[in-house]
Design a protein around this ligand. Sequence first.
Ligand SMILES: [Zn+2]
Length: 307
Amino acid sequence: MKKLYLITILILLGCSSKSINELNISHSFDGNRAYSYIIEQCDLGPRSPGLEGHQNFEKYLLGFFEKLNMEVRTQNFKYFNLLLNQEMNGKNFYVSLNPEISRRILLGAHWDTRSFADEEIDEAKRKQPVLGANDGASGVAVLMEIANILSNSSTVGVDLVFFDAEDVGIKGESETFAEGSKYFSKNMPLKIKPEKAIIVDMVGDKRLNLPIERYSFQKNKKFVLDLWELAERLGLKAFSKMIKYEIYDDHIPLNDLAQIPAVDIIDFDYPNEFYNYWHTTEDTPDKCSPQSLAQVGVLLLNYIHEN
Ligand SMILES: [Zn+2]
């Protein structure tokens, strides 16, 4: 994804109506198990288009869902990869839980990783691919653990979507990113259109800080506030009700092209505003933590069950 600009505004929001006791915070999101999925993805190598890790991810994901007895569907597409300067095949994967339920929510993450570590200070390293423990694997890991938990639930309509070709854009040209989400949004493969969507990206940072992403707030104020106020009630300290960066991510095509209200949960400061592992060779599992993944997982599970 691409950061569009940086302005920080503090917003003050009203008190919430439900006490924490009314909420079910016992949804058993296992941060350690989710973290193991980051390790496993990184063991495949960088999942950058054209590399072996990218090819092997499909087998990995299909194997995971096969054990849960869940069917993964594949949406194949072609796109022009500007980083590699060639046409390539992309694959979005999606899993529909309880497909007969008409009220549905889409949870999405990108599974590809960036072909070049182009934010490296050391020029020699800029040609290397990004391992993407946080930028790629963390969002996928959260969705996989949610699949574990919801595999026995018959009451929620959830579509898990794994987008390819998110991180294929040219630095500084934000709309050249999110090719998989653009194709998905223009060629909706889901039989029932979800009422809303939540994208999770870069949610594994050990020092997790989740401000509100600006575009999400501008498009879907109530949806955003519902999420962040729920996080507050649940005592999830990583979430802060501050509007920060606007990020071009998979939620924008869902909003603009598919007309699905979509919110991006993302920690762009990795680990902080002054030094960032984003799009560098330093984006490795040791920078991530089970506790961070669990904060996001717990919020999503509670939100799904409340709404
Ligand atoms: Zn990225």
